[in-house]
Design a protein around this ligand. Structure first.
Ligand code: PHE
Length: 494
């Protein structure tokens, strides 16, 4: 137990209170900061009770300090003028420097001095240095009147400081003139020597906050992705959606476009829209017989279609690219499914896609898509609409509208709009359709099998859910790490 603590506890043994920690510190020659710390500690152990107080006090500025030591410039000016006779103003300026002009203003106002024919002489015998007196009083911690304060403040000789300390410091419920030291840890020595039997242990503080855990934290996109996954996994409870493997960002044009009956002249296949790879610039293997069927359906149709009536080039299909949509993964999965005896399937994927786009506050060159598809016999557009309603209702979007649209690989196709209650308007949230026979039949899926599918971006709902209006604040090198550390859990679909 330190000296300060002993002094405080000892003082309270015979006195009912310590009225002021500042006064107490100067009376007992103690450091006030240390006294404050000891008071806080004793308060925590309930040895004492005390009230915290803040007071506004004044201290001297640098200039104020100077005047307190040397006297105010006006008095110095007065003293520089001889008691009898006079002195030339220029002489005074030589002696006292620049401060004369300033001091003269006061000396004249107080009628201490007068100036005649460039000669300065005294008009009074004695003057009192009120400024110095007040400054010394403030230095000693004494109280001076309001006018004095305003005057000194106006001359920039004093400044305000906040003082805090404690008042009415009294005995607390656990008061004792000496503080018992309690143990915080049970040590090996305590156990070996049996001293634990005598020791008094500090009580547990169950309200204390634990140290922050240094652990990995989820980005808002990952939190929303988790919620979406949960919805897919729970959608139509009896058969879960299986997640498709989305681990290859690099894809061939074949799976990204051709397998999806996207014509080779389609503008999306231009390098302005798609990132093509330099190395390796082409894919190594494709299933040859299937490639042959895809070529045929593009060139001359089949399965009730006329095709595109054009030359289909293998070199174009071989080109590697960064996949532009997760439908590339769906085409691989459906092809794989078609190679075995047919079983109905529900698949979903959520992962990154890339488009060669100008970056602005709502677009990035890479973003995330999620996609769901159901593959079964006899599915209709009504099934698609029903599934979409169920899916989006679980995301908290029960009001949907569908607008006819065009995708090379779906027919019919529908854009999905949801009514945004906050914005008070319909916003586009996704795209959907029934995969065309030109896509499914060459894969080898039976004729009566239909696939309904839909896709949507992950960023837009995340931005809405987390109130972010610039995509660059959500994703990329400009993201503030604080956003990752401090964002709430995502609560959709519950
Ligand atoms: N691939 C489409 C897109 O990128 C989304 C989509 C998926 C459309 C499945 C229809 C069916 O926007």
């Amino acid at each position: 137990m330190g000296e300060t603590e002993r002094t405080i506890l000892g003082f309270l043994q015979n006195s009912s209170q310590i009225p002021d920690s500042g006064q107490f510190s100067s009376d007992h020659n103690l450091d006030h900061d240390q006294v404050k710390n000891v008071i806080k500690r004793l308060q925590a152990f309930r040895y004492i009770d005390a009230q915290e107080i803040t007071r506004v006090t004044w201290v001297l500025t640098e200039e104020g300090d100077k005047y307190a030591a040397q006297g105010s410039p006006e008095v110095q000016l007065f003293l520089a003028v001889p008691e009898e006779g006079s002195i030339l103003m220029v002489e005074l300026k030589k002696k006292l420097g620049k401060s004369v002009d300033f001091a003269w203003k006061y000396a004249k106002e107080y009628k201490w001095l007068e100036l005649e024919n460039k000669q300065v002489s005294r008009k009074v015998q004695h003057v009192e240095d009120k400024v110095k007196r007040m400054l010394l009083q403030i230095q000693q911690g004494k109280v001076i009147d309001k006018d004095g304060i305003n005057f000194l403040k106006g001359r920039n000789l004093i400044k305000e400081v906040k003082w805090n300390g404690f008042c009415s410091i009294k005995k607390g419920p656990n008061y004792a003139p000496e503080r018992r030291i309690v143990s915080t840890d049970l040590t090996r020595e305590n156990l070996l020597s049996c001293s634990w039997k005598e020791l008094e242990f500090k009580e547990y503080n169950f309200n204390a906050k634990g140290a922050p855990v240094e652990a990995g934290l989820l980005h808002p996109l990952l939190k929303v992705r988790k919620q979406f996954k949960d919805i897919f996994v729970r959608l139509l409870e009896y058969i879960m959606f299986e997640e498709m493997p989305t681990n290859n960002f690099v894809e061939s044009s074949f799976w990204n476009f051709d397998a999806l009956f996207q014509p080779q002249q389609h503008p999306a296949r231009d390098s302005h829209d798609t990132f093509f790879l330099k190395a390796p610039c082409t894919t190594r293997t494709l299933p040859e017989d299937y490639v042959e069927r895809v070529k045929r359906v593009h060139e001359s149709g089949g399965y009730g279609s006329r095709g595109y009536d054009c030359d289909w080039k293998r070199e174009e299909a071989n080109k590697n690219l960064l996949r532009t949509h997760t439908t590339a993964v769906s085409s691989r999965m459906l092809y794989a499914l078609a190679q075995k005896p047919f079983v109905p399937k529900k698949y979903f994927s959520i992962d990154r896609v890339f488009r060669n786009e100008a970056v602005d506050r709502t677009h990035l060159a890479e973003f995330h898509q999620m996609e769901g598809l159901i593959c079964d016999r006899g599915l209709t557009l009504g099934d698609l609409i029903g599934v979409l309603k169920d899916f989006f209702a679980r995301l908290g979007m029960p009001k949907l509208l569908f607008k006819p649209a065009y995708n090379p690989y779906t027919e019919p196709s529908m854009e999905i709009f949801s009514y945004h209650e906050k914005l008070g308007k319909w916003v586009e949230i996704g795209n959907s359709g029934m995969f065309r026979p030109e896509m499914l039949r060459p894969m080898g899926l039976p004729e009566d099998v239909q696939v309904i599918a839909w896709g949507l971006g992950l960023e837009r709902p995340t931005m809405i859910l987390y109130g972010i209006d610039n995509i660059r604040d959500l994703f990329g090198h400009k993201v503030d790490l604080g956003l990752i550390k401090r964002n709430p859990i995502c609560r959709i679909g519950i």
